[in-house]
Design a protein. Structure first.
Length: 334
């Protein structure tokens, strides 16, 4: 077990501390809710204290049973944990109901951070394939986003949520909404791994005091089928990463995690087999400046979650979701 007190922390804009690494809990349509919950149970005993959950992962009730048992058995106390969850796209108009269900399922009394999972209310069913489209999908709306955010702000005032998170945002969308939010977002969850570093977004978030949290920090080798395209690059097979891993006598996954933490983003790796080694990455020998510099050169624009299933009627293709030319595509009220 790793003593959680030895795991470094990042500071959030409100002053609270958050562990520098968290355990992901998305089974990627491949790992069952029971297996994920088992990994959380093992993770708690291995020293993990931050858990990245979401209603749409379909396993919060199982993870909640693990938390409850850990509290009852004295393995941890609620206040020792940092529990994050996310409002799914079909609940943007009823955030309180969604949050209450998540809090009940996770048996955690309150959430340390609640994210808006996607900035659109566009729903796709679990296990859907890459060509599935919801005809009710809509482009981004500032008004709708801010209204959803306001509902989380109310939960902060009620003490049910401690911090607010946003996810899958772009700089143009952030520019459009940040000035309208009363409680500033504490963190933004984005896809971040060595071959997809999103330097501009990373710098923008830091300049606004928003902690970048990196999802798919290892390049998600077992992501859902709908997120796999032939041109995708396998980050952990990049020769430079493999070489640095050899020098540290570890798996390239560990190098990805060390790089993330040293760069200043909080990685949330998923693992049912390697979670002990992943937590150890945060407390063992850091990468050298030269190794960090090599990894900085591995940017390849390797976006893995394109998000096709969230496209609205009339959108061209997945690039429209990411505002690549600096404006919000098809925004209804910008
Ligand atoms: N906000 C969002 O929209 C969003 C989107 C996607 C994901 N997320 C979050 O990000 C988390 C992580 O993303 P992810 O699960 O897609 O990808 P990931 O963490 O990049 O990759 C997970 C995969 O890497 C393997 N792995 C983990 N540690 C390893 C190690 N030390 N050595 C070798 N293999 C290792 C795991 O296999 P084993 O299980 O066999 O170890 C698993 O197959 C999710 O669980 C979720 O919480 C958020």
């Amino acid at each position: 077990m790793i003593d959680p007190k030895t795991v470094p922390t990042f500071k959030l804009n409100g002053g609270a501390s958050i562990p520098c690494i968290g355990m992901g809990t998305f089974g990627s349509d491949r790992v069952s809710p029971d297996e994920v919950a088992q990994a959380v149970a093992g993770g708690l005993r291995a020293g993990w204290r931050l858990f990245d959950c979401a209603a749409c992962y379909g396993n919060e009730d199982k993870i909640g049973q693990v938390f409850r048992a850990a509290f009852d058995e004295g393995v941890v106390q609620r206040r020792d944990l940092f529990i994050m969850s996310k409002v799914w796209n079909d609940m943007h108009r009823d955030v309180e109901k969604a949050a209450m269900k998540t809090i009940r399922d996770l048996q955690c009394d309150y959430l340390d951070m609640l994210f808006i999972h996607w900035p659109f209310p566009n729903y796709h069913a679990p296990f859907c394939d890459v060509d599935s489209r919801n005809p009710d999908s809509k482009p981004f709306s500032v008004k709708e986003f801010v209204d959803t955010y306001r509902q989380i702000e109310s939960l902060v005032h009620l003490g049910l949520v401690r911090h607010i998170g946003i996810s899958n945002m772009t700089i143009p969308k952030l520019e459009a909404v940040l000035g309208k939010l009363r409680v500033p977002p504490a963190a933004c969850e984005s896809e971040l791994h060595p071959c997809f570093q999103q330097q501009e977004l990373f710098d923008y978030l830091n300049s606004k005091g928003i902690l970048p949290i990196g999802y798919m920090p290892l390049g998600s080798p077992r992501r859902p089928e709908r997120d796999i395209l032939p041109e995708d690059i396998a980050d952990m097979q990049m020769p430079e990463l493999v070489e640095i891993a050899k020098a540290h006598n570890c798996h390239p996954a560990i190098i990805c995690l060390k790089w993330a933490i040293q760069r200043g983003q909080l990685p949330i790796p998923f693992s049912v087999h390697n979670y002990e080694a992943n937590l150890a990455a945060a407390v063992t020998e850091p990468l050298t400046d030269a190794e960090m510099a090599v990894i900085a050169t591995l940017e390849r624009g390797n976006r893995l979650v394109k998000g096709q299933v969230f496209l609205w009627p009339g959108a061209n293709d997945w690039h429209d979701l990411w505002d690549e030319d600096g404006t919000i595509v098809d925004c209804t009220d910008c």
